[in-house]
Design a protein around this ligand. Sequence first.
Ligand code: FAD
Length: 477
Amino acid sequence: MSATLGTLLKQLEPDWDIQIYERLGDLAQESSNPWNNAGTGHAALCELNYTPMRADGSIDIASAVKVNEQFQVSREFWAFLVETGALPDPSAFINPTPHMSFVWGEDNVQYLRKRYEALKEHPLFQGMEYSEDARTVRAWAPLMIPGRLKSQPFAATRIAAGTDVDFGALSHLLTNNLVEAGAGLNEGVVVKNLIKQRDGLWRLTMRYDVGSTPVEPVTARFVFVGAGGYALNLLQKSGIKEIRGFGGFPVSGEFLRTDNPDLVAKHRAKVYGKAAVGSPPMSVPHLDLRVVEGTGSLMFGPYAGFSPKFLKTGSVLDLFASIRWHNIVPMLAAGLSNLGLVRYLFGQVAASPASKFKELKAFYPDADPKDWYRITAGQRVQVIKKDPKKLGVLQFGTEVVSAEDGSIAGLLGASPGASTAVPIMLALIEKCFPDRVEAWKPELNRMIPTYGQPLAENAELAAQTIARTAKTLQINP
Ligand SMILES: Cc1cc2nc3c(=O)[nH]c(=O)nc-3n(C[C@H](O)[C@H](O)[C@H](O)COP(=O)(O)OP(=O)(O)OC[C@H]3O[C@@H](n4cnc5c(N)ncnc54)[C@H](O)[C@@H]3O)c2cc1C
């Protein structure tokens, strides 16, 4: 997120002095690290949580359309950076990977059929295929059919034009570029506090991560708190009134991973299933091809869990340290109205390795435990916020929190995440620099030619944009 915002701002105002502070010894070791997230270019091509069924049995596609439009904005910006030579060979961070949904059981098959009918003519979902035929699905995903009960009804959709994104590589490439353009990168430096001075500037106090010795404080006109799970904590320290009432609910996770080249050769897709009843949307199981530094692996998960840490490398005290008088009520109210989620998480924590492996077998019936090992995923801190009716709600999306005067902003929450970093950071720019946006429009339009135009409402523009960015990013299937 910080690398994206820095790149946008450097493009808009090349003379601005940008300084980046990273507490760890290297960038992108938290959520953006390729092994800490699933690397799905989220465009709602296969994620069923974006297309819920309404009470009348019809499919609501509004969230899917929105996420897809947002992903197209990210693709446009990345394509611009490739065209201008700022990003090198696109396969260093993005690779074509078909996106599939796969469900079993009569009700789920019916749901998927309806979802396909609702999306197949939409300009943003062109090329979607549907099948209930074992031979066809086997051709799409060879591991998923052998060993399956013949009596089990199943269905799948497939869009060949999906993507796998290495957000760690992208973060490094963007930041290297920023540094070449004059930005400062300060690694191993922990931001400890942010104080608004009388002159309106923010004063940042910092310490080296190793040894905890103080770093010379700096002042800034504008601060982006792109600290992932620690954004809540730093925004609370800044004392801005807009953070009052916000809390965080951390969810940890695990993936199963295999690097067996025979299996990797047979599964060239990202296959998303349906979340278990009562489970949160981010725990939708999926069996994914991942391409990191040119090498393929398969990942299955995530298995959700609970840890009070706000970062993978955080402290077990993080959750407790985030409690303030102003967020106690929203946090308690959100907790009480999400007891199902709490039960689900504790169930996942208590589940035996054998019962967890069964979930993989539902996707890949002949899976052999010998091929798979566990890896710990990144931490997600879900947003808890005030609600006039329910007192407090748990939210699964992201939320930009900024001071009234636009001098500081931070990003809370996790999903749809890195795929939509560009539109999220554009929204942040519009919120924090409202009086400059008009003057920046020509450059914004150069970077993102469809800036401000909803693609869902213009089929021709959507088709042109998708084709153009697919060609530049070399992600044509
Ligand atoms: C299990 C899982 C699966 C996911 N799958 C996907 C997916 O398939 N597709 C997708 O698009 N998104 C996915 N996401 C979401 C995506 O990973 C995140 O939205 C994205 O990586 C967040 O980027 P960020 O820069 O905000 O945070 P991070 O990548 O976490 O970076 C925050 C940085 O701030 C640093 N920091 C923290 N505190 C301080 C401090 N006090 N001083 C200095 N530095 C500090 C940290 O060390 C870290 O480097 C997933 C997330 C998880 C956890």
